[in-house]
Each structure stands twice: as structure tokens, then as C-alpha cells.
Ligand binder design. Structure first.
Ligand SMILES: C[S@@+](CC[C@H](N)C(=O)[O-])C[C@H]1O[C@@H](n2cnc3c(N)ncnc32)[C@H](O)[C@@H]1O
Length: 232
């Protein structure tokens, strides 16, 4: 199983839901203030944000590269599809990418990915996304987490070196005969500075409206930056 699908399987056991709800609230408020009624959610995961959009009168389509995430999102009743961003041929007044999606994209694919986000927007459309700050990677994301439930045991071990966070995920799932099935994989996240992204976004044709600091997992320092860009 690839890392994205294994992450999809363990996500419900990670105790992030209240924090992620606060992050999603930021995006919702931005869309409501901008009077946006339709949005493409890139890397939609299990579809929570699409559900929040729908409850607030914003229609949305979600895309994700993980088949497993899309399976979970569909159970929520949202329109979620396992399609590559570059294969989207509709245009939207807004696109979002929340909770680390941009950090999943390797450096040699980032210009193409952001260009495809640009191409999926109508003129004057908004692209709003978050990234992890260096504090977020160096101080918050690293470490080990073990979760022991009746039916499974999860171990997550994250290390940040040379601007890459590697998160090893191990899942033991209890089977009917009391033996355990072991699944193991990893995900990589890449650090991008604000300046680096600003330059890349401008070269693609975006205007940057603002970059906000956001405290997701930490009260000390912002562990995230949220970019609001416009296709001009
Ligand atoms: C931490 S999850 C966040 C999910 C969701 N946006 C949220 O706010 O809960 C990151 C998601 O990005 C997806 N992802 C990673 N690379 C992607 C890519 N190139 N295109 C689309 N989705 C991608 C992963 O499968 C995963 O569902």
C-alpha cells in the first residue's frame, strides 16, 4: 500500500480533528467573505471541507490522488474524485488545498502542479492554500506517536532533514484469529519558504493578495502560512 493510502487508513485515529476544524473554518470564512459559491478542493482527503462548504451553500468538487481517501470522502456524500489536478478541464471561481497538500508536492513537480491549479481557475479566481512553516516542520511535525486501540496498533515516526519531512507509518490490524496484519509505508513532505513560493506563484501569473500566519498545533509560533492568490 502506498503512503497516501496508508495515511488515509490511520487518519481517523490521529487526534487532529479539532485543530483541522479550525483550519477549515479559516477557509470557509475566506470563501464566504469573497462571496464564492463553488470551489475545487485539491487534495480533499476525506471530504470534511467539502461537507462544510455544502452546509454553507458552497458547491464543491474534491480531488485526491489517494483512492482510499476518495472512498472515505464518498461515504460522506460529497462529490470526490480520484483525478490528477492537471486532468481537470472545468474552471472554478476558487480552488483550495488545505492541511499540507502543497507540502506533499516534490520540488521538481511544484511549478507544474501550481500551473495546473492556475489553469483550473476562472479569471480573477482565487487559489487559497496552506503550507507548513519552518517552525511547523522543525518543532511541531517531528517525533513519534503510538496509538494502541483494541483492534489496531499504529506507530508514526517523523524526521525532518535537509528540508524534507519523512513520516514512517506502521499499522498493525488485528485479524479474527488474533494475529495481526502489518502494513508499513511512508509519506514525504517538502519545506517551501514563503519567498520561494511567492516568486513561483508570480511567475505562473498569480497575484498574491495576502499570506496569513496560522497557529494550528502550536500557541508559540505560527506553524502554518496561508496564501490567498488571485489568477490575474
Ligand atoms: C493531510 S491530507 C489533507 C486532506 C484535506 N485537505 C484536509 O484538509 O483534511 C493531505 C492530502 O493530500 C493528498 N495529496 C497528496 N498529494 C496530492 C496530489 N499530488 N494531488 C492531489 N492530492 C494529493 C493526500 O492523498 C491527502 O489526502
Amino acid at each position: 500500500m502506498n503512503g497516501l493510502d496508508l495515511y488515509a487508513k490511520v487518519e481517523e485515529y490521529l487526534d487532529f480533528s479539532e485543530e483541522v476544524r479550525q483550519l477549515h473554518k479559516y477557509f470557509l470564512i475566506e470563501l464566504l467573505e469573497k462571496d464564492i459559491n463553488s470551489c475545487l478542493d485539491i487534495g480533499c482527503g476525506q471530504g470534511e471541507l467539502l461537507e462544510i462548504f455544502a452546509l454553507n451553500g458552497i458547491s464543491g468538487i474534491g480531488i485526491d490522488l489517494s483512492e482510499k481517501q476518495i472512498e472515505f470522502a464518498k461515504l460522506r456524500g460529497v462529490d470526490a474524485r480520484c483525478i490528477d489536478l492537471c486532468n481537470i478541464d472545468e474552471k472554478f471561481p476558487c480552488a483550495t488545498a488545505t492541511f499540507d497538500v502543497i507540502n506533499y508536492i516534490p520540488n521538481n513537480e511544484l511549478t507544474k502542479f501550481l500551473t495546473c491549479a492556475y489553469n483550473a481557475l476562472e479569471d480573477n479566481g482565487y487559489f487559497i492554500f496552506d503550507i507548513n512553516s519552518s517552525f511547523g516542520f522543525e518543532e511541531v511535525a517531528v517525533g513519534t506517536l503510538s496509538i494502541d486501540n483494541d483492534d489496531n496498533f499504529i506507530n508514526i515516526d517523523a524526521n525532518f532533514e535537509e528540508n524534507i519531512l519523512i513520516t514512517d507509518i506502521t499499522l498493525f490490524t488485528k485479524k479474527k484469529n488474533d494475529t495481526y496484519k502489518k502494513e508499513q509505508s511512508f509519506i514525504k513532505q517538502y519545506f517551501y519558504s514563503e519567498e520561494y513560493l511567492n516568486n513561483m506563484l508570480k511567475e505562473i501569473g498569480f497575484t498574491i493578495e495576502k499570506v496569513d500566519q496560522f497557529n494550528l498545533h502550536s500557541d508559540e509560533e505560527a506553524d502554518k502560512l496561508i496564501f490567498t492568490c488571485i489568477k490575474k
